[in-house]
Design a protein around this ligand. Structure first.
Ligand SMILES: Nc1ncnc2c1ncn2[C@@H]1O[C@H](COP(=O)(O)OP(=O)(O)O)[C@@H](O)[C@H]1O
Ligand SMILES: [Mg+2]
Length: 435
């Protein structure tokens, strides 16, 4: 059943147009590539366990998970010049649940779409199209974008600094890897279609999403993994904050209002952190380049406490390898969504920062320049703070998919992680660390 606020889109043949899928620009972690279906919906390669888990999620966890919106089939097209396009085909039978007012990503430019393959070249020439992906003669993929968002990442594994435009560097890496894999399979089979699940894009309400991906729990391996994989998961937990805290960082991006760039961290950064380093990283997540967004902490803690309550009610559930996304908008002030005016909202942020600074006598902003709703800004009420669980491919519970192992009680490792997050965020609120 679709949730309230969603309409079922019948996907009879010819009823649903094919949709050109773009890489999702705010992917901070994971290994598969998340694709953008429309403003509000992402797709992810279908893993049966995860799909079934989403279809049957307990009621009290629903407010902490992205809405599940069905399945599409995805095909890779490559033209003679090497341009690659991913096209999503809503299935001929079955239904796709889309939120009200949502339209597929390509709908406004579909008037000349007799065949998506024929139109791939024209599409990326259009001013409104943010991406083109092209296979170079060297075998590597070139991704061009027309957006101005800049992302910086230090990769502790390679020791290199990555700077990308228009897309998070980790997301870009995942996207290239997935396209190469899909090309290989397509070439081998002549033509190839794979299934993806559609999920609510929980970053959609933010103009400048700041996202923390936390792998939760003291254990990551599912009950069915091969021994070697199990040992490698155990080692990663022992050598990171997973064992001590029940949580480790797996990816992060934070918008810096002073430089107007995103600072990103990857899973290798997360694995290298000590307990103190983890706490400093939480401060980094809340820091916008000018100041620590302390006003958001209470809202984050409130959501974490509510989630704690829900997870503690889930008897036999284990969320191995799942992630918790903590998110807020790096730019506040106009309450607009992702489709809103970034320029406007940015000037509001600048005003807020100056207003904040004026408390410490460093600003020259006059009373008249302060936003009338500044007390809302201070309380984080329009910063779209959200906390959502994702990635359920290794989750289980009694009676799930014929799983034999039954775990008693709630997921204690997960709860330990939540407890430590709540404690640390509260400490940061009381005694902020310098980042
Ligand atoms: N529903 C969603 N809304 C917004 N971002 C998401 C959503 N699901 C996943 N992501 C982003 O994609 C990344 C990878 O997702 P995940 O489900 O963990 O994939 P994987 O199975 O490859 O680990 C996350 O770190 C997050 O940045
Ligand atoms: Mg993941």
């Amino acid at each position: 059943m679709p949730e309230e606020g969603a309409v079922m889109m019948d996907s009879e043949p010819g009823d649903c147009e094919p949709v050109q899928l773009q890489p999702f620009i705010h992917q901070v972690g994971g290994h598969t590539s998340m694709l953008r279906f429309n403003d509000d919906t992402l797709c992810k390669p279908l893993i049966e366990r995860e799909q079934v888990f989403y279809q049957d999620i307990p009621h009290s966890l629903k407010e902490f998970t992205p809405q599940y919106r069905g399945v599409i089939e995805v095909q890779l097209h490559e033209d003679s010049e090497g341009y690659i396009t991913l096209i999503g085909y809503p299935p001929e039978s079955g239904k796709v649940a889309l939120p009200r007012n949502a339209s597929p990503a390509s709908s406004e430019s579909d008037t000349d779409t007799a065949s998506p393959v024929l139109n791939t070249k024209h599409r990326h020439d259009r001013p409104g199209d943010p991406y083109s992906v092209r296979l170079l003669r060297s075998g590597s993929l070139e991704v061009s974008t027309q957006t101005e968002k800049v992302f910086h990442m230090n990769d502790p594994k390679s020791g290199k600094h990555d700077k990308t435009e228009g897309i998070n560097p980790w997301g870009l890496k995942c996207h290239k890897r997935q396209l190469s894999k899909m090309r290989r399979v397509t070439q081998g089979a002549g033509s190839f279609t794979s299934k993806f699940i559609l999920l609510e894009n929980i970053a959609a309400q933010c103009d400048f999403p700041c996202i923390l991906d936390l792998k939760m729990g003291t254990r990551q391996h599912g009950d069915d993994v091969p021994e070697a994989k199990k040992q490698s998961h155990i080692k990663k937990c022992e050598q990171s904050t997973s064992s001590a805290l029940g949580v480790r960082i797996c990816g992060m991006q934070v918008y810096q209002a002073n430089t107007q760039k995103y600072i990103c961290e990857n899973k290798y950064f997360g694995r290298s952190l000590t307990v103190d380093g983890f706490k400093r990283a939480l401060c980094q997540f809340l820091h916008n380049g000018h100041k620590l967004r302390r006003e958001l902490v209470k809202e984050i803690v409130k959501r974490l406490q509510a989630l704690y309550q829900s997870v503690s009610e889930q008897d036999t559930f284990r969320f191995y390898s799942s992630s918790l996304l903590i998110m807020y908008d790096g730019v506040v002030g106009n309450g607009n969504s992702a489709t809103g005016s970034n320029r406007q909202s940015h000037s509001a942020t600048e005003r807020e920062i100056e207003h904040e600074d004026s408390d410490s006598n460093t600003s020259s902003v006059s009373e008249g320049d302060q936003p009338s709703n500044s007390h809302y800004l201070h309380h984080g009420l329009i910063s779209n703070v959200d906390v959502k669980m994702i990635d359920f491919a290794h989750s289980t519970h009694s009676g799930f998919q014929g799983d034999k192992a039954i775990h008693k009680g709630p997921d204690k490792g997960y709860l330990l992680g939540l407890e430590n997050l709540i404690k640390m965020f509260n400490e940061i609120h009381e005694r902020p660390l310098h980042v």
